[in-house]
Design a protein around this ligand. Structure first.
Ligand code: ZN
Ligand code: ZN
Length: 196
């Protein structure tokens, strides 16, 4: 199933992408699934949209982009009420203990990079190697990491507007019907970035 794994709605202060527009346009943009990953919140669940398969077949998964001083992480799991001030190591252990999954988001973005110990110590085995906002130097550094470590790679648009939605797509393999089967596929490494 073709996903955009990294999408911000207007529940993120920096995004002007409306949930209604995601629901109207996602399938037309070639997506079977969209992950809502607002900054530090899963408040999307209070906006009237239902997680799961929509009437037109689009699968919507709720997650979060969690900010730490050692990097930002896309997290998926039972994290509706998670504290938002964990340091990276504590967050990643918490995610593991609660059967969730974490992706190191845009690991080489200036000012928001993921510290290398997180990867070296295997605290997070999945990196977002393609991000809709990556620069050429980000991409070079991604290559360095992916050749040096055994990592699962994902891509996502990091959309903050409708134009960006679906710009980067990832194939999530297998029968994905809900948040749990999505998490399982990621943990098993059953993902492939389209075009990579
Ligand atoms: Zn943002
Ligand atoms: Zn983001």
């Amino acid at each position: 199933m073709i996903f955009d794994l990294h999408v911000h709605t207007s529940s993120s202060p920096c995004s002007r992408l409306l949930v209604e527009d995601i629901l109207i346009h996602a399938v037309k943009k070639g997506l079977d699934g969209v992950c809502i990953t607002d900054h530090q919140t899963m408040d999307i669940r209070h906006t009237g949209i239902r997680e799961g398969v929509q009437e037109d077949g689009l699968l919507v998964i709720f997650g979060m982009e969690y900010e730490t001083s050692d990097g930002d992480f896309l997290i998926f799991g039972p994290f509706e009420e998670i504290q938002t001030n964990f340091p990276a190591r504590k967050l990643l252990n918490y995610v593991k203990e609660h059967d969730g999954v974490a992706i190191a988001a845009h690991p080489f973005r200036t000012g928001r990079s993921v510290k290398e110990y997180v990867i070296r110590q295997n605290l997070c085995g999945i990196i977002e190697s393609v991000n809709g906002r990556n620069s050429d130097s980000d991409n070079r550094e991604v290559k360095r990491w992916t050749s040096g470590f055994d990592l699962v790679q994902t891509g996502g648009s990091d959309a903050h507007s409708l134009e960006e939605l679906g710009k980067i797509k990832t194939d999530v393999l297998g029968k994905i019907k809900c948040r749990n089967s999505f998490i399982r596929a990621l943990k098993d490494g059953n993902v492939k970035i389209i075009g990579l």
